[in-house]
Design a protein around this ligand. Structure first.
Ligand SMILES: Cc1ncc(COP(=O)(O)O)c(C=O)c1O
Length: 401
C-alpha cells in the first residue's frame, strides 16, 4: 500500500510542528509563554451560548448545505450595516473560514493551476493548496515597507498564464498589516487586467486599531471577480465553533461551489444557532472592549520589541500578529533553541518561525511571528525573554557553535 504523493508532499503545520519541543521544555519544568499560535485567550460573548440555548431545535438535523437561511439573513444584515451589500442568497456558511478557503481555491483552480499569494501568508493556504494539487505563486512583501502590497511590477513578475486567482488576508496574518484603498485597488486592477479571481480573506476585519476603517474587497467594482471569506473564530473568540462564511456576487461560482457544500452536507448546526445569538444579541461593548484589549497588547508588544537591537518591524494596524525580522541566521533553529537550551529563571518563550509562511524556498529565515494572545503583563515578560534570547543566541550560543 502507498500513501498519496499529495499527502507526502504536504508540509506539516509550521506552527504546530515545533510543539513537541515546547512539551519537552514543560516536562523539564520550564514555563513556556506561547506567542506562537493565534489562539484567542478571551471568553466568547454570552450571546453565543444563549443563542445555542434559544435557537437549537430538538432534532439535530442537517441544515441547508449553504447554512440556515435565518443565519444567512442575519449575516446579510450584519454585512449591510458595514457597507457590504450581500443578500442571504450570496452567502454560504462554511465549517470555519478554513473550509471557505478550500472551497474558494478548489472552485477557481484545477490541479497544476496556480494561485498568486502575497507572502508571508497564512501558513495553511499552503496546506490547502497542496491538498488540491494547486501551486502557490508567491509575491514577496517587504518588512521594511510594512509588508504592504508589492508594486504592479512585482505583481507582474509573479504572474504567469497558469495563475487563476490571487489570495491574501486583510488584515494580514502573519503581519497585522491593514491594506489601504490604493493597495487593494492595485490588486483589483491587476486581477481585471489578467482576468483572474480575487480571494479576499477578511477573517480579521473586526480587529482594526487606531480608529482606522477596514476596506473590504466588496467595496470595489467588478464584483463578479471577488470571493469574500469571513469567520466568527477571531472577532468573537469562538475559534473552536467552526463557523465561517463564503460570499460572492458571482452567481455561476455560487451555483458550482454548492456542489462542494452539498457533498459535505452542512456546517455544524448547534454552532450556527450560537452564531445566530451573536448576530442578533451581541452586546455592542464586546467588540469595542476586544479591540481596546488587542490594541493595548499591540502597544505593549511594539514597545518591548523596540528594545531588541537590530529588529525590523512596523506597528501593525489589525489582527493580533506582528512579524519581525530579527538579527538571527535561522528562525527555526532559534525557536528550537529557545525551547531546549534557553530559559530565564525557568521561563522561556515560543514564537513561530516565519519560514512556513513563505512559499519561496529559503525566505523568512530571519523572521518570526508573534501572536499577542497573552494578557499585557505576561506579554511584557514574554517579549523581554525574547529580547534576552536573541542576545544570548547571537553572542553566547552562536560563538560556541
Ligand atoms: C488569515 C486566516 N484565514 C483563515 C483562518 C481560518 O479560520 P477558521 O478558524 O475560521 O477556520 C485563519 C485562522 O487562523 C486565518 O488566520
Amino acid at each position: 500500500m502507498f500513501l498519496s504523493k499529495r499527502v507526502l508532499n504536504t508540509q506539516a503545520s509550521p506552527i504546530r510542528k515545533l510543539v513537541p519541543y515546547a512539551e519537552m521544555a514543560k516536562k523539564a519544568g520550564k514555563k513556556v509563554y506561547h506567542l506562537n499560535i493565534g489562539q484567542p485567550d478571551m471568553e466568547p460573548p454570552k450571546a453565543f451560548f444563549e443563542g445555542i440555548k434559544r435557537y437549537t431545535p430538538n432534532v439535530i438535523y442537517y441544515s441547508h448545505s449553504a447554512g440556515l437561511y435565518e443565519l444567512r439573513e442575519a449575516f446579510s444584515m450584519h454585512y449591510k450595516s458595514k457597507g457590504i451589500n450581500f443578500d442571504p442568497e450570496d452567502l454560504v456558511i462554511t465549517t470555519g473560514g478554513s473550509e471557505a478557503v478550500i472551497f474558494a481555491m478548489a472552485c477557481v483552480a484545477d490541479p497544476e493551476d496556480e494561485i498568486m499569494v502575497i507572502e508571508p501568508f497564512y501558513a495553511n493556504y499552503r496546506g490547502f493548496a497542496e491538498m488540491l494539487n494547486i501551486r502557490l505563486c508567491p509575491i514577496k512583501a517587504d518588512p521594511r515597507d510594512g509588508y504592504s502590497i508589492p508594486s504592479w511590477d512585482e505583481l507582474e513578475k509573479g504572474y504567469n498564464k497558469k495563475v487563476k486567482a490571487i489570495i491574501f488576508s486583510n488584515p494580514s496574518n502573519p503581519t497585522g498589516t491593514v491594506y489601504s484603498y490604493e493597495e487593494l485597488k492595485r490588486i483589483v486592477d491587476f486581477a481585471k487586467e489578467k482576468n483572474i479571481f480575487v480571494i479576499s480573506d477578511e477573517v480579521y476585519s473586526g480587529i482594526i486599531f487606531d480608529g482606522k476603517k477596514h476596506i473590504s474587497i466588496m467595496n470595489f467594482e467588478d464584483q463578479d471577480r471577488f470571493i469574500f471569506l469571513d469567520s466568527i473564530s477571531k472577532e468573537y473568540n469562538t475559534c473552536g465553533a467552526r463557523i465561517g462564511v463564503l460570499g460572492t456576487k458571482n452567481k455561476c461560482f455560487l451555483e458550482e461551489v454548492m456542489k462542494f457544500a452539498q457533498s459535505r452536507l452542512c456546517p455544524p448546526l448547534i454552532e450556527q444557532c450560537g452564531t445566530l445569538g451573536l448576530l442578533y444579541d451581541l452586546d455592542k461593548d464586546y467588540t469595542n472592549k476586544l479591540i481596546i484589549e488587542y490594541q493595548n497588547r499591540r502597544d505593549v508588544a511594539y514597545n518591548e520589541i523596540k528594545n531588541i537591537e537590530g529588529a525590523i518591524f512596523q506597528k501593525p494596524s489589525g489582527a493580533f500578529y506582528m512579524s519581525i525580522e530579527l538579527p538571527i541566521d535561522d528562525s527555526e533553529e532559534f525557536v528550537k533553541w529557545t525551547l531546549t537550551e534557553f530559559d530565564i529563571d525557568g521561563e522561556t518563550v515560543m514564537v513561530a518561525p516565519l519560514t512556513g509562511f513563505y512559499a519561496t524556498p529559503g525566505a523568512g529565515k530571519k523572521e518570526i511571528r508573534i501572536a499577542y494572545v497573552l494578557n499585557s503583563e505576561e506579554l511584557k515578560k514574554a517579549c523581554n525573554i525574547l529580547k534576552e534570547a536573541v542576545y544570548a543566541y547571537n553572542y553566547v550560543y552562536s560563538k560556541e557553535k
